[in-house]
Write a protein that binds this ligand. Structure first.
Ligand code: ZN
Length: 112
């Protein structure tokens, strides 16, 4: 069990690095494209749309990072793999697909 949790921790940390790299790239892209807008109106619209898309990716990445950080904290506290809503074990299969999930499949399904 302990080695299993260690494997999950490594997986989470690797994914976190990946997300941080992606977030840094998104930020760099936003900075680059948020220069003075083009005089041509059609070009301005395209530029603003690009910014919105990039910001959207940043938001999703930030949310995922928060989930990973929470999962890492739970690993430290020994509460990893427990559903935050019903307190039941989340299940190995679900954790394998979504290692930072904090709800069991029943609660995640009910929330939708
Ligand atoms: Zn649950």
């Amino acid at each position: 069990m302990a080695t299993e949790l260690e494997a999950i921790r490594q997986k989470l940390l690797a994914h976190k690095q990946e997300l941080l790299a992606r977030a840094a790239k998104v930020r760099a892209d936003i900075t680059r494209s948020s220069g003075p807008l083009d005089k041509d109106f059609a070009e301005q619209v395209v530029q603003m749309e690009n910014d919105a898309v990039l910001a959207g990716i940043g938001e999703a990445t930030a949310a995922e990072l928060a989930q990973i950080n929470r999962a890492l904290l739970q690993l430290d506290q020994g509460t990893y793999g427990i559903c935050s809503q019903c307190g039941q074990p989340i299940g190995d299969r679900r954790l394998e697909v979504l290692p930072y999930s904090d709800r069991c499949i029943a609660c995640a399904g009910a929330a939708r």
